[in-house]
Design a protein around this ligand. Structure first.
Ligand code: ATP
Ligand code: MG
Length: 257
């Protein structure tokens, strides 16, 4: 069974795209077949993997909105075991164009059907909103990972996000699971990060991963080089953290069969 995981948080700049790339590459290194879906009109995931805006013939926009384009026509190979369904700014229009569609929350889910369990993992990089695109991601997914910046404002946002996950589970996708909250941009030098982490643990218990992603300028450097941290600076603790996360997920999700 394909594990389809939305990487979501409606707050901007919390590490969704960075987590999608690095977790994807880490899973690919573990010999899992991985598809990354860019579901953000900003297209940062696609650019981060070296795709130039306007270059792909088809993007996720056509796959969602044009019945004649199938997902296999739009998928681009990136590296061994890793493929991408790219996005660009066209996707912004889908937000509006999806509204009158029949079963508008199900469009992405239906578009994935032809993949027929080919991939072990599909990771969906969600936009920074709880829009119809994000609801499409939740409806298509088996699980959600929430990157959470280690700051106090993060909690209110996460409560709203959890409500949206619960609503999607109740109405559209009974199997949807909150896999975990991933603390990101954790700065070792401050008590603040530690306090936020502890408070997250009090509120959400073991739904908060043990793994934290430390704050490091190397992440920005890696993205300038169009690389995942794991390929850019293999021994960096940011790279190791994402590798550990991939290992943890493989153990947690795949044993269920
Ligand atoms: P958006 O909501 O705009 O899609 P996002 O949640 O996808 O943003 P990213 O694009 O992954 O967030 O990260 C935002 C910025 O923070 C980027 O410049 C990225 O390089 C940087 N960044 C990501 N993770 C870290 C980290 N652990 N330490 C330092 N910088 C980071
Ligand atoms: Mg992003």
């Amino acid at each position: 069974m394909t594990q389809i995981i939305s990487i979501a948080n409606q707050k901007g700049g919390v590490g969704k795209t960075t987590s999608t790339i690095n977790l994807g590459v880490a899973l690919a290194h573990l010999q899992r077949r991985v598809l990354l879906i860019d579901l953000d009109p900003q297209g940062a995931l696609s650019v981060g993997l070296g795709v130039k805006p306007g270059e792909p013939e088809y993007t996720v926009y056509e796959v969602l909105m044009n019945g004649a384009v199938t997902i296999n026509q739009a998928i681009i190979p990136v590296q061994a075991n890793l493929d991408l369904l790219p996005a660009d700014n066209d996707l912004a229009a889908a937000e509006v164009e999806l509204i009158p569609e029949f079963r508008r929350e199900m469009v992405l889910r239906n578009a994935l059907v032809p993949l027929n369990d080919w991939y072990d993992y599909i990771l969906i990089d969600c936009p920074p909103s709880l829009s119809l695109l994000t609801v499409n991601a939740f409806t298509a997914s088996t699980g959600v990972i929430v990157p959470m910046q280690c700051e106090f404002f993060s909690f209110r946002v996460i409560r709203t996000l959890m409500e949206s996950v619960d609503r999607t589970r109740d109405r559209l996708n009974p199997g949807l699971e909150l896999i975990g909250i991933l603390p990101t941009m954790y700065s070792t030098g401050t008590i603040h990060s530690r306090e936020v982490f502890e408070q997250a643990r009090n509120l959400y218990g073991d739904k908060v991963f043990d793994i934290v992603i430390y704050k490091s300028i190397r992440f920005a450097e890696a993205s300038v080089a169009n690389k995942a941290m794991i390929d850019y600076s293999t021994d960096h603790k940011g790279a190791l953290a994402y590798q550990q996360l991939a290992q943890t997920l493989a153990e947690k999700l795949e044993q269920r069969g």
